[in-house]
Design a protein around this ligand. Structure first.
Ligand code: CTP
Length: 379
């Protein structure tokens, strides 16, 4: 519940009788029987009065949920007291944009996990029709409908938010530059291509660029020769502060630690973070740097760089703090420095060589398959 401070200034009465009168006026006022600003000219009071919370609505596909989406939700939440998010149905996305990569149930898990989200509506429509807008206003008590500053055009060329704009109930936030679902798919495709053309390289040129932010000659202006874009994200300290909780653990908090790459942050990550958080009072997440991820998982990883991965993890409601560029080994020193009570790991343990050996084995069996393959009829 939100409380708004109302200050009523009047003449101060002195003495016991006057106090009794003042107190009864106060009683009437707090019960809502006395209109504001009327009659209560006898005392200086600073009571608190209930005010209706401002409820804002943001909808979207939130496909391959990334920190740009999280930043949109963060900005939307700032425009009100409660944020309701409509997650567009698979059918509506197919009809308006083409098939999503992640299905509705996964997109719902991702949106619900964002710490700025208060309520989620499943199967939201892509366009805000007059009928749906009325439902938002009447049933969900929405005050404003929010969207990024990128145009959202329907297949017939009309604006998906035209009705909300006409009703004066539309607000805009700034779209986060440097990331989109299309861009992430592009990075993944580029990785696959890079991987197949330069098996002999220790680290791909894509990986080098992610790690150090330099354009190689093959990536002038962030666009590869094949036209695929790579990360243009410029991490600022302000953005990290905006995503942070800004609070340390309490004096007796049980601090739980979990580390990982958290590349392409997904529903599986959300689930393990949720479970880890349940084991203590404060969840500290160590995020491995790009070089470590490359060394352990292969030259084509990570797809998202360290700062991008850190923002996605920080936006998760189960996370209290992150270490940006955590060491691979959880040393005694790390445990002492951060006063860690419990180190958590998923059931798939990654020993130093585990991933590499698994990949090598898989690659060898794939190679054998292609060398020995014969024609098989079918799709
Ligand atoms: N959004 C944003 N910054 C981005 C991507 C999306 O602010 N880099 C905002 C959109 O403007 C919208 C909300 O996130 O208000 C939900 O996004 P979605 O419907 O998924 O929009 P898309 O533009 O399709 O996002 P993407 O291209 O990444 O799929």
């Amino acid at each position: 519940m939100v409380w708004e401070k109302e200050k009523i200034v009047g003449t101060c009465l002195l003495g016991g009788a006057a106090f009794a009168v003042g107190a009864s006026f106060l009683h009437l006022f707090l019960n809502g029987d006395l209109p504001l600003g009327l009659g209560l000219g006898t005392c200086v009071l600073s009571p608190f009065r209930k005010r209706k919370p401002v409820r804002v609505y943001m909808d979207g596909c939130f496909d391959m949920m990334h920190y740009g989406h999280c930043n949109a939700l963060r900005q939307a939440r700032v425009l009100g007291d409660q944020l309701v998010v409509g997650v567009v149905s698979d059918e509506e996305i197919i009809a308006n944009k083409g098939p999503p990569v992640t299905p509705l149930h996964e997109r719902m898990i991702m949106v619900k996990a964002v710490k700025w989200v208060d309520e989620v509506i499943s199967d939201a429509p892509y366009a805000i029709t007059e009928e749906f807008m009325k439902k938002l206003f009447d049933e969900y008590q929405i005050d404003y409908i929010i969207h990024g500053d990128d145009p959202c055009v329907l297949p017939d060329g009309t604006d998906a938010y035209a009705h909300a704009k006409k009703a004066g109930r539309y607000k805009q936030i700034k779209r986060t530059e440097g990331v989109s679902s299309t861009d992430i798919v592009g990075r993944m495709l580029l990785c696959v291509r890079e991987r197949s053309v330069s098996d002999s390289h220790n680290r791909s040129s894509l990986q080098r660029q992610f790690s150090h932010g330099h354009d190689s000659p093959r990536f002038k202006d962030g666009v590869s020769s094949a036209g695929t874009r790579v990360s243009h994200f410029l991490p600022t300290s302000r953005r990290i502060v905006q995503f942070s909780n800004g609070k340390g653990p309490g004096p007796d908090a049980r601090i739980v630690y979990i580390d990982g790459a958290f590349d392409l942050f997904h529903a599986g990550h959300v689930e393990i973070l949720r479970r880890a958080r349940e084991l203590g009072d404060f969840l500290l997440v160590g995020i491995h740097n790009d070089q470590t991820v490359s060394a352990k998982r292969g030259a084509h990883r990570p797809i998202m760089n360290l700062h991008e991965r850190s923002l996605s993890v920080l936006a998760c409601r189960y996370v209290d703090e992150v270490i940006i560029g955590a060491p691979w080994e959880v040393s005694k020193d790390t445990i002492t420095t951060f006063d860690i009570s419990l180190v958590v790991h998923g059931t798939v343990a990654e020993s130093d060589d585990f991933q590499r050996k698994r990949n090598l084995k898989k690659e060898a069996s794939e190679k054998k398959y292609y060398e020995q393959k014969a024609f098989v009829s079918g799709d």
